[in-house]
Write a protein that binds this ligand. Structure first.
Ligand code: GLN
Length: 430
């Protein structure tokens, strides 16, 4: 069966293999010598299975694709409030290497431009550049599921030629955004840009973001879901330089590109994608990479704003096992909107039963909002002279020791028995 997906990927890649537009990055000599024809794509499913097509084993430097990961590390280590004090989250509409800060806050506009990325490096804990870098490398490697190494030539070249980044770092220091020696911070930034990766590494890193911080290959939790949510948010608004609007409209996935020719793209909960082709457009994004992602999104339906699922699917069945007893059977993932629909359906049918039983034994996952709504349902029914019971064997709604313990049953049979007793006691006229 995997061959079917493989054929799809090969076909989509081959559609763009002939495109020869764009130019190699030329700000350092190392990037001008790469093979312009290199073209690879990898796709990781959310359970860690990876499909590869073309030059998926070819190494290239990560460059700006490092930015979301160091930003995530800063969030992970010092918390969002401390990071927000130094780096904004607004798209800049400027080139990635613009020497600028937000005019009001005097902090970099976002972490996906160089100014914000350099500030993020300075927020990573560590007494020395080596300590900071060790943390960064460990973090990226946990995302990729293998130990990443830097390309020493690219690093040396970045360091030798990085006047503009130096200008940015010194500007940030003058505004009090950078702690420590700007050259030390830059040294770490140049090293992080020089990591060698393959498209498969990028797909795995993306899949770890797609899974809310758990690497699906290693099973390791690399960071928490709140860090991932914030990181993906800035990838949506700022990840593709000043082409963010085009990208979100046409591709619709949080993403980040780098001048090395790579692009990482994430469909939350579903897939991670890594693409490589070193010929860049005027904005610094890989020409074939962007086109390939566009086709993948269109042909595989990966746009994150595709409205696919009707939330009515939450209610699996509604039935009446006995007079005056109605069962509402739910399934899947229950979030606020699904729970709201359940509550409203119960409310609407309330005149037709005396005991409502909510069966959540087929619910996979639930969030706090849905849990709050559903556990409040029995009190609302009680106020109307009815009873609300809940079948919750796995305690997805009613945790151990909850005040609602008395309405919880492990099986539908037990709940129906209890409902019949309730009706006999409360309505002995029948
Ligand atoms: N090393 C590059 C720089 O800092 C990375 C830029 C990029 O990939 N956009 O200028």
């Amino acid at each position: 069966m995997a061959a079917l997906v493989q054929q799809y990927l090969d076909l989509i890649r081959s559609e763009h293999a002939g495109v020869a537009e764009g130019a190699l990055a030329s700000y350092i000599p190392e990037l001008t010598t790469v093979d312009p024809d290199g073209f690879g794509v990898s796709l990781s499913s959310s359970d860690g299975f990876v499909y590869e097509s073309g030059d998926a084993a070819l190494e290239f430097t990560i460059q700006s694709i490092s930015k979301p990961f160091t930003y995530a590390l800063a969030l992970d280590q010092i918390g969002q409030r401390a990071v927000d004090a130094k780096i904004g989250v607004e798209p800049s509409g400027e080139a990635f290497n613009e020497i600028s800060v937000d005019p009001a806050t005097k902090t970099p506009k976002n972490p996906m431009i160089n100014a914000g990325a350099i500030a993020a490096v300075s927020l990573v804990p560590g007494a020395t550049p080596d300590e900071k870098f060790a943390l960064i490398r460990e973090f990226y490697s946990a995302f990729a599921g293998r130990q990443l190494e830097i390309d020493p030539q690219v690093y040396a070249s970045e360091k030798r030629t990085g006047s503009r980044n130096r200008a940015i770092a010194y500007m940030l220091a003058s505004f009090g955004v950078l702690d420590g020696d700007p050259d030390d911070v830059l040294d770490v930034y140049f090293r992080q840009c020089s990591f060698n990766v393959t498209t498969t590494d990028l797909a795995r890193m993306a899949a770890t973001l797609a899974r809310g911080g758990i690497n699906p290959m290693t099973g390791r939790r690399v960071t928490d879901a709140a860090v991932v949510r914030r990181t993906l948010s800035v990838m949506v608004t700022c990840g593709m330089y000043d082409a963010a609007g085009d990208w979100v409209s046409a591709v619709g996935m949080p993403a980040k590109s780098g001048v090395g020719g790579g692009i990482v793209a994430v469909l939350p909960g579903q897939v991670g994608i890594g693409v490589y082709s070193p010929l860049l457009d005027a904005k610094g994004n890989s020409v074939r990479g962007v086109r390939l992602c566009r086709s993948l999104s269109e042909q595989l339906g990966l746009h994150f704003l595709t409205v696919s699922r009707d939330s009515r699917a939450t209610l699996r069945a509604v039935y009446q096992p006995h007079d005056n007893i109605r069962v509402y059977e739910t399934h899947g993932d229950l979030l606020f909107c699904g729970a709201e629909q359940v509550v409203r359906t119960v409310d609407r049918g309330c005149d037709d039963f005396r005991v409502g039983i909510l069966d959540v034994s087929r619910v996979d996952d639930i969030d706090d909002a849905a849990r709050g709504l559903l556990s409040g349902m029995s009190a609302a029914l009680r106020d109307r002279g009815k009873a609300g019971l809940i079948v919750d064997p796995d305690r997805v709604v009613i945790p151990d020791g909850s005040e609602f313990e008395n309405i919880r049953y492990a099986t539908i049979e037990q709940a129906v028995d209890a409902a019949q007793t309730f009706i006999r006691e409360q309505f002995s006229d029948r």
